[in-house]
Design a protein around this ligand. Structure first.
Ligand code: C5P
Length: 220
């Protein structure tokens, strides 16, 4: 079969990562978590004393870190200048700062180039998850899926992931990040016109996975 390119976009807490990984594993495709790349560059900025309230400082540093993503869906990896940052990129500090860093056009240009190169070199194809994959990064993807869910469902999932967190606080932080991602000028979070929208609020993860696998198989 020819390589198949699948774009999965949507706000946080819709089940994007779990779904994308499982679909890729089930179909023998590569997997790319583009949020992890934006988190990695944000982690580097924070660690190198870049003032993240200053877009020109972020822009000037955008090319500096070397970011490498491993695309095996059963064990995706991410390194910055050779260091494994899979843990550190999930801290609350990085999560609260990533929208500001990812809004800077120079950062997006840099990361988008990495993403296109990885997608182009995936032998059997790839599932790429993010916010602007169907609209900007891979507009010619074979299948575009846009996952949504109610704010309540999304906050509940995120709180479940972050042990001991307060659900109301989680909900507010999540809505704030989505608003920032949706309202930025350069390739905001958006559904592509030709994306299939799936509301996951009342679906189990298994049901979402089956739905997306069926959609991919229809395109093959
Ligand atoms: O998916 P995740 O929550 O890990 O993404 C972290 C952040 O990375 C998002 O809130 C957004 O600011 C940024 N991002 C982006 N474009 C993508 C993927 C993620 O701007 N394609």
């Amino acid at each position: 079969a020819p390589a198949v390119i699948v774009a999965i976009d949507g706000p946080s807490g819709t089940g994007k990562s779990s779904t994308s990984k499982a679909v890729a594993a089930q179909l023998g495709l590569s997997y790319l978590d583009t949020g992890a790349q934006y988190r990695a560059i944000t982690w580097w900025m924070v660690n190198n004393g870049i003032d993240i309230t200053d877009p020109s400082a972020i822009a000037a540093a955008a090319e500096k870190p070397e970011i490498i993503s491993g695309t095996d869906p059963t064990g995706p990896t991410i390194t910055v200048d050779g260091a494994d940052v899979a843990g550190p990129i999930r801290t609350q500090e990085v999560t609260s700062k990533v929208s500001a860093v990812s809004a800077v056009p120079e950062v997006r240009a840099r990361i988008t180039e990495l993403q296109r190169s990885l997608a182009g070199s995936a032998e059997h194809g790839i599932v790429v998850e993010g916010r602007d994959i169907g609209t900007t990064v891979l507009p010619d993807a074979d299948l575009k899926v846009f996952l949504t869910a109610s704010p309540e469902a999304r906050a509940a999932r995120r709180s479940g992931e972050l042990k001991g967190s307060d659900i109301h606080q989680t909900r507010e932080a999540l809505l704030k990040r989505d608003a920032a991602d949706s309202n930025r000028k350069t390739s905001p979070l958006a559904k592509a016109d030709d994306a299939v929208e799936v509301d996951t609020s009342d679906l189990t993860l298994q049901q979402v996975i089956e739905c997306v696998v069926t959609l991919v198989e229809e395109k093959r």
